[in-house]
Design a binder for this molecule. Structure first.
Ligand code: ZN
Length: 101
């Protein structure tokens, strides 16, 4: 029995890394539904607080030369900028997947 986690030594979880909120994968998608046909690029799954999200959102919008918002933990960039956004988030050492269309 491990005194730390009270599991058998073989199943001890004490040394394991804490997994960030969600599965740690950032998902970038393009969406046009309900927006009058205009595309937006959505960045989901960032395990960041609001302040850090706002900063990253600003960087992404600047890099894309576009407007956008941060809402409910999701960064929105106006227009279809998936490629550039994925590149930038990857450059920060995150795991990024393109999701949806
Ligand atoms: Zn343990």
């Amino acid at each position: 029995m491990c005194p730390g986690c009270r599991k058998p030594q073989a199943a001890c979880i004490c040394g394991q890394k804490v997994v960030p909120a969600g599965d740690g994968v950032v998902r970038v998608s393009r969406e046009t539904k309900g927006r009058g046909g205009k595309a937006v690029t959505l960045v989901k799954g960032l395990a960041l607080d609001e302040g850090a999200l706002a900063v990253l959102g600003k960087q992404l919008r600047a890099a894309c030369g576009s407007g956008g918002t941060v809402k409910d933990g999701v960064i929105e960039v106006q227009g279809d900028h998936c490629e550039r956004v994925i590149e930038m988030v990857k450059a920060q050492g995150r795991v990024v997947k393109r999701a949806g269309g």
